[in-house]
Design a protein around this ligand. Structure first.
Ligand SMILES: [Zn+2]
Length: 345
């Protein structure tokens, strides 16, 4: 089922584990991540970058993934990764099932960052109020509508050296001036780092954690961080861990190996590339879930075996029928119910 960050991170913060936020770059990624979470009885965050949303805007990708996630027996968050502007947020808002958004104002001054976070929150609240036809914002449970992640300090990338460590003073100011549900911090972590090891500033993280003990902190750029450091970071308040580069590397390596081994036909042969990629991505996602300690943290809405049995006849399922009421049926729904996607599940 689809939930937002508040539904999964609060529990993770209390029980000292982290939830993996894995980037969906094509359908096979999502397929592998959802299956990994189901096998591990784990919550999971599927995140889409604005670049992916733009690249796939004429495709069924997002609708297909979110529809399948909604049918899953484990909690799945559909999250916008690194929205940099109001327009990026609007890209995600077009889809029915997005429940969570990151607005990254970390390249701005702290005042600029606060301003964009507040503008995005206002936009989201207005949008969800209109959707629910609730006019009075005091009468809605805001935490259940959507969740918002921001970044403070700046997490640079391997190719630029623009990281700025997050300061305790700024966290205090930021939390007083915004309403956010998760905060990405910069403690030595670097985006896309795979060629060398990343050392985390544990002294800083410990100070942040002891002062802001109930805020779910987010670690971007986990790829260069050693496993034992990730475990240690979770102990000190890291509750959401983003993983992207390692998954992309798996796909690139498999593509290269298969091309060499089987020649060009490996790309069109359904027996070669797709199962290889799916299995490797799923295997790595399961390893990450175990490492982050989010395995066996949820009781699926029904046992997995029953879940798959029921899905064999999706069209006879009453919940499914409700979703195809004529008034709720728009072009995007038609797109996602295409039999080829359903058949597989
Ligand atoms: Zn990031």
């Amino acid at each position: 089922m689809i939930v937002n960050l508040n539904d999964v991170l609060k529990k993770a913060r209390t029980h000292k584990y982290a939830v993996g936020a894995f980037n969906v770059n094509s359908f096979v990624y999502a397929d592998a991540f959802i299956r990994a979470a189901e096998e591990k009885n784990s919550p999971i965050i599927l995140q889409f970058s604005p670049g992916v949303l733009k690249a796939y805007q004429d495709s069924c990708l997002v609708n297909a993934v979110t529809h399948i996630a909604n049918m899953s027996p484990v909690p799945i968050v559909i999250h916008l990764d690194h929205g940099k502007s109001i327009n990026d947020v609007k890209l995600a808002l077009q889809y029915e099932y997005f429940t969570s958004y990151m607005i990254d104002g970390s390249s701005l001054s702290i005042d600029g960052n606060i301003e964009i976070v507040n503008n995005v929150r206002e936009l989201l609240e207005k949008n969800y109020r209109e959707e629910l036809k609730v006019l009075d914002s005091d009468n809605i449970d805001k935490e259940s509508l959507f969740s918002l992640e921001a970044e403070l300090g700046h997490v640079g990338s391997e190719d630029d050296d623009k990281s700025i460590e997050t300061s305790l003073e700024n966290i205090e100011i930021f939390l007083e001036s915004t309403e956010i549900d998760a905060l990405a911090i910069s403690i030595g972590n670097v985006h896309g780092q795979i060629r060398r090891e990343t050392g985390l500033n544990f002294d800083l993280l410990k100070r942040i954690n002891s002062k802001f003990f109930d805020v779910p902190f987010v670690l971007h750029g986990s790829s260069g961080v050693k496993s034992q450091d990730l475990k240690r970071a979770i102990k000190y308040g890291i509750t959401k861990i983003n993983v992207n580069t390692h998954f992309k590397k798996i796909v690139e390596d498999l593509a290269e190996e298969s091309f060499e081994k089987y020649g060009k036909s490996c790309f069109s042969n359904y027996k070669i590339m797709q199962p290889l990629v799916f299995n490797k991505l799923k295997e790595y996602a399961m390893t990450m879930i175990d490492l982050f300690g989010s395995n066996n943290r949820v009781v699926p809405t029904k046992p997995l075996s029953e879940f798959y049995e029921d899905l064999e006849e999706p069209y006879s399922d009453s919940t499914y029928k409700n979703n195809t009421d004529e008034e709720n049926f728009d072009d995007s729904d038609e797109c996602i119910t295409a039999e080829k996607f359903i058949e597989k599940y």
